[in-house]
Design a protein around this ligand. Structure first.
Ligand code: NAP
Ligand code: G4F
Length: 383
């Protein structure tokens, strides 16, 4: 029998990659998913197993981090060797609109899991991974950020995660739990939610290249992030729980890039050259030139003429609507502890991440454009 893992947030970006990884390692994986009026399992449909499947190794349970009775029952029934608490209201900007809910799910939710493990007498059996975040560093007190850099949260999300971080440390010290924090810097992928900056950009650049969209509006272009690939980061989560002793680890690439440069790189990936001008809310980028061979290769010959006609047009603008009341200007992590103690090494650098995301989104948007062409008939059907 393989080990048993419970993943909260299994329908999210990291949950999907981690579930796939643990199944590959031979685990039995239980996943907590929220009830939704629409299907929310797109990212894990390829590994879904019907309840009728014999020797099922991937089992979903309805649940919510705000419901302690439900969490306690599921942990009691599944008796996990490892819990990966990935569920969270994870959007920093949205947390300013939903601060109380964010505190409940992202802060108290962590306590509910730790306390359930304690009350169920699973302290010796169950190891816990808490999805902590580089957002804890906020107004950074040190560059680069390490495990000992002081925290300075700058959003309701980060403040809730701060509680989650410290309650994990407290249960480790108070009850001897194998409970660890992964302080993960931004990690992205083709599965990234559509409203996070990297995915918003790779989707928009793909749509602009295919003539489906003229322009994209962004927020603060000068913020800098340390980006890695989610596939690399879920391997680190697993490695953290395989250590003899629980501890907290920074997981990061060690390279920081501005949003502006990420946008430039995403366009360049398909042969489009953009130039930025102006400042603050008046900043914009124009399509300044094309590498026609690269564009043909990556996007397709049939889209070249319309792209050529759009030279000189504005393709990126700024809308202050996307600014945050308090911003995290600079993140750059030092993952030396993870590299030496866990032997963790990322396989993707930023250019490889962008290639992966752009390839996926171009494919997706071509499909959207195809479906859109057939959409008229479908609409008529309902008239
Ligand atoms: P994500 O794609 O937004 O996924 C979040 C998951 O949590 C989804 O499955 C979501 O369910 C679920 N969820 C939200 N509220 C819940 C609740 N009240 N009860 C139960 N489930 C709930 O996030 P991610 O990028 O995979 O990140 C995973 C975790 O790592 C999060 O805790 C995030 O805060 C943290 N983190 C992420 C990064 C990053 O760069 N990605 C960096 C550091 C830390 P639905 O599918 O139903 O919405
Ligand atoms: O992609 P973002 O929304 O990610 P953010 O705020 O860094 O948070 C993500 O990473 C954290 C780890 O550090 C996680 F804990 C958290 O759960 C989440 O996964 O924004 C990145 C930066 C920000 O500075 C933002 O102001 O991009 C800037 N930005 C500029 N224009 C934008 C936009 N962000 C978004 N979402 N949309 C924009 O149009």
């Amino acid at each position: 029998m393989g080990k048993v893992a419970l993943i909260t947030g299994v329908t999210g970006q990291d949950g999907a990659y981690l579930a796939e990884y643990l199944l590959h390692l031979g685990y039995i994986v239980h996943g907590l998913k929220r009830r939704s009026s629409m299907f929310n399992t797109d990212r894990i449909d390829h590994i879904y197993q019907d309840p009728q499947t014999s020797d099922r190794r991937f089992i979903l349970h309805y649940g919510d981090l705000t419901d302690s009775l439900n969490l306690t029952r599921i942990i009691g029934e599944t008796q996990p060797d490892e819990i990966y608490n990935l569920a969270a209201m994870s959007h920093v900007k949205v947390s300013f609109d939903t601060p109380e809910y964010t505190a409940n799910a992202d802060g108290i939710g962590v306590l509910r899991i730790l306390e359930a493990v304690r009350l169920l007498n699973l302290v010796k059996k169950t190891r816990i991974y808490q999805a902590s975040t580089s957002e804890l560093y906020g107004l950074v007190q040190e560059v680069p950020q390490t495990e000992s850099t002081p925290f300075y949260p700058r959003s309701p999300y980060a403040a809730a995660k701060l509680y989650g971080y410290w309650i994990t440390v407290n249960y480790r010290e108070a009850y001897g739990m194998h409970a660890s924090n992964g302080i993960l810097f931004n990690h992205e992928s083709p599965l990234r939610g559509e409203t996070f900056v990297t995915r918003k950009v790779t989707r928009a650049v793909s749509r602009i290249a295919l003539g489906l969209q003229d322009k994209v509006y962004m927020g603060n272009l000068s913020a800098r992030r340390d980006w890695g690939h989610a596939k690399d980061y879920v391997r680190a989560m697993h490695a953290i729980l395989q250590q003899d002793e629980p501890s907290d680890y920074v997981i990061a690439s060690g390279i920081t890039t501005s949003i502006r440069d990420f946008i430039t790189m995403a366009f360049a990936e398909i042969g489009l050259h953009v130039e930025f001008n102006g400042e603050g809310a008046d900043e914009q980028a124009i399509l300044a030139g094309l590498d026609t061979e690269l564009f043909r290769l990556k996007v397709g010959d049939e889209y070249l003429d319309s792209a050529l006609q759009r030279r000189g047009e504005v393709v990126v603008g700024v809308d202050p609507h996307y600014f945050r009341p308090t911003e995290v200007d600079l993140l750059i992590g030092d993952a030396r502890k993870a590299r030496t103690q866990l032997g963790w090494e990322p396989h993707y650098d930023l250019p490889a991440l962008i290639t992966d995301m752009m390839t996926n989104d171009l494919k997706l948007m071509k499909k959207e454009s195809y479906l859109r062409a057939g959409g008229y008939e479908i609409l008529n059907y309902f008239e």
